[in-house]
Design a protein around this ligand. Structure first.
Ligand code: ZN
Length: 429
């Protein structure tokens, strides 16, 4: 099985959700972040407009450290800004923290910056054929001292681009992306002529016109790609995904309406690094080159439709990843797919011993949360059987407060003290 890193964020807005200590906790009715984005070679040029209805004398935000700030204004008033910190965002990306001050109350910030974030993070590429941006690169300002209620991105000069999940505004030659329901900062774009040459109509493609793009489309998903070698597995993915959904949706987990999945493959721009899935957008390098990987990848990402909600920025992420991985393992057991089950477990056993305990002293997210937790559940599976692990996985997805404390409490009540103790012990060793 291909070695890869999967980082999933289901509640993206939690990143921005914080309030100012000691101040009125009322959240302003609407705080908006509107981003206009242009591509120029391997650089991005961005104008970000932030408006909020609670005037501040100063505020801070973070941005990728490679990006160069050209201008910041407050309602056309000049402001002062300076870099007050440099740090690694999510232990991945060199970031800068900027402090903005103004002698007038700040209610609107206009921020212009440019630069390249390519190569600074997983999931971000800026090649001629493919442009992919995600919040992991901090390509847009984050961590404001308040929650953003509405955010959207406009990709300008869009006539040569097709934006997955975007809407093309022909009059303004702009792709609109985002809104209340969809986190717009994870972009996957392809240069149009690379995808299908002349006569391209973005509206038809979003409407699943088969084979218009280099896409594989069916009732469940669209695969977008430029690398021809992806087609074979994209075709295969239909049957695999259908089976996965049949098992997850209404059998292992409660039934829910699943969004049509848009799988944006970025090979050959990126060949390694795994993917993420967010509200029907799945970022992938490719679909692998064997059946086991394809099944694992699709089912793991699909499981995150249910297996999520614990903080992804702390060690609590072990719950999201372990339950997603075990959803796959339960699927393998259900299908009598020993090869899939064993390939996942063998890979984890090999790695798990090298990683630190799941529960870290400082609360940070340790390396290897996929692996340690999966093996912890595996020990419980061997001792107590499939039904107990099924209850654990399902029980997590039903939790109202998704953290380890509540998870263990649920296990105590629904399964028993012995298993709860094994989990308590397991996360510390
Ligand atoms: Zn995952």
């Amino acid at each position: 099985m291909k070695n890869c890193i999967i980082v999933i964020v289901l509640i993206s807005s939690s990143l921005l959700a914080c309030t100012i200590k000691g101040e009125n906790m009322n959240i302003p009715e609407k705080n908006e972040l509107s981003v206009r984005l242009n591509f120029a070679g391997n650089e991005i040029m961005v104008n970000a407009r932030l408006s909020f209805n609670k005037p501040l004398k100063e505020l801070t935000f973070i941005l990728n450290n490679s990006l160069i700030i050209d201008k910041i204004e407050n309602n056309d008033y000049p402001v002062k800004w300076k870099k007050i910190d440099e740090f690694d965002f999510l232990s991945m990306v060199n970031s800068q923290r900027i402090k903005v001050t103004c002698k007038y109350p700040i209610t609107e910030l206009n921020l212009t910056y440019h630069g390249s974030i390519a190569g600074t993070s997983y999931y971000n590429v800026l090649t001629e054929a493919i442009k992919a941006l995600s919040f992991y690169s901090v390509w847009f300002p984050q961590e404001f001292p308040f929650e953003i209620n509405h955010d959207e991105v406009f990709i300008e000069n869009g006539e040569d681009l097709f934006v997955v999940k975007g809407t093309f505004d022909e009059k303004n030659n702009t792709w609109h992306y985002g809104g209340e329901e969809f986190h717009p900062f994870n972009l996957a774009l392809y240069e149009k002529n690379v995808i299908n040459g002349d006569g391209f109509d973005p509206f038809n493609i979003i409407a699943y016109k088969k084979s218009a793009l280099k896409t594989v489309s069916n009732d469940y998903f669209n695969v977008f790609y430029v690398d021809n070698s992806i087609e074979k597995y994209a075709q295969k993915a239909e049957e695999v995904y259908r089976n996965i959904v049949k098992f997850f949706n209404g059998s292992l987990f409660g039934k829910k309406e699943l969004p049509i999945l848009d799988i944006a493959c970025v090979s050959p721009a990126l060949k390694t690094g795994g993917g993420y899935q967010r509200k029907g957008l799945m970022f992938a390098t490719d679909l692998g080159n064997d059946d086991l990987y394809l099944t694992w990848f699709l089912s793991h990402e699909t499981a995150h439709n249910w297996c999520g909600g614990a903080s992804v920025f702390t060690w609590e992420d072990w719950l999201n990843e372990t339950t997603a991985e075990w959803a796959v393992l339960l699927y393998a057991l259900n299908e009598n797919n020993d090869a899939l089950f064993q390939s996942i477990i063998d890979g984890k056993i090999k790695k798990a011993g090298n990683y630190p305990p799941i529960k870290t002293k400082d609360g940070s997210r340790p390396e290897g949360v996929h692996d340690k937790g999966t093996i912890l559940f595996y020990e419980i599976y061997k001792k107590h059987g499939k039904d107990v692990v099924t209850k654990m996985v399902r029980g997590f997805t039903d939790l109202e407060t998704k953290d380890t404390e509540h998870f263990i409490k649920m296990v105590e009540q629904e399964i028993g003290q012995e298993v709860a103790n094994e989990i308590k012990k397991g996360i510390e060793s």
